[in-house]
Design a protein around this ligand. Sequence first.
Ligand code: ZN
Length: 359
Amino acid sequence: MVCKLRVTDNTNLDEMTMKKLLPTSTAGSLPKPSWLAEPETLWSPWKLQGEELIDGKRDALRVSLQEQQRAGVDIVSDGEQTRQHFVTTFIEHLSGVDFENRQTVKIRDRYEASVPTVVGPVSRTKPVFVEDAKFLRQQTQQPIKWALPGPMTMIDTLYDAHYGSREKLAWEFAKILNQEAKELEAAGVDIIQFDEPAFNVFFDDVNEWGIACLERAIEGLKCETAVHICYGYGIKANTDWKKTLGSEWRQYEEVFPKLQKSNIDIISLECHNSRVPIELLELIRGKKVMVGAIDVASNDIETPEEVANTLREALKYVDADKLYPCTNCGMAPLSREVSTAKLDALSAGAEIVRRELSA
Ligand code: ZN
């Protein structure tokens, strides 16, 4: 078993995880228990309130962690049990954003959503996830990964009535994310991941200022950093969009060259069952890559051999010591049964390739 010893100095994470080749992890969310939120429903409202909700979230975190450990996942997370939405739960904790004043905007240039309004200077008046991260840290000696929204995806999930510039607002969010990330690092988080699905849509902005904002968000961090770029949850707006993308999805090609030169350590991607040409991974050679080997938009359970095949393909472009088997995206909308089976497949598939590599 890897990572029995908790290494307090985060710079030693490599040494720790790399003792085991192909350490597995998930991209983010896992299903919530039915007593906490509506099952198989994305962004479901909480079923509890007040103190009961605080306890309920922590109990759910423990269950989610136990399910990852049972499946043999190497780098564990909170399964995003403490948040309702991967962007808005973070924004709810900031000042300068009015949640009563909502506007309908087009998100990711794809679907309309009612979002809160930025009405003044944004700032973080208190830590957002730091206590949750400390709680997770107390529960396990394994490396832990914590997800935050990326600056560009944050501004794309809001209506701005104050700054009048997407770039300016993203830069302010990057500074706020950096404050949070530094406290997460101090709480013992080993990998901080920024979710940037917007990187798959607004290519010019990504290259002009999106990656610079991301680098501002990770400034001064000693722990590992990751950016997760996917084609989204398996919801209808996303599956409909994917149908318009043609036979080859070459979106990654637009942002990979600049990401390869960035300070981000790990790039988390969608691979299995997608139409992303796998050879695009060559454009980020040298980076660590979280390879999505589990399709989150389908209830079909991958066989270990299917997972192994995706990993073998990726190994043509990613050095073995830099490959992290992962899911394509979060699994929050799936049933617990399906999610559990998919985690098992991920572990079994990684183990097949691990044995091949060490043979
Ligand atoms: Zn995703």
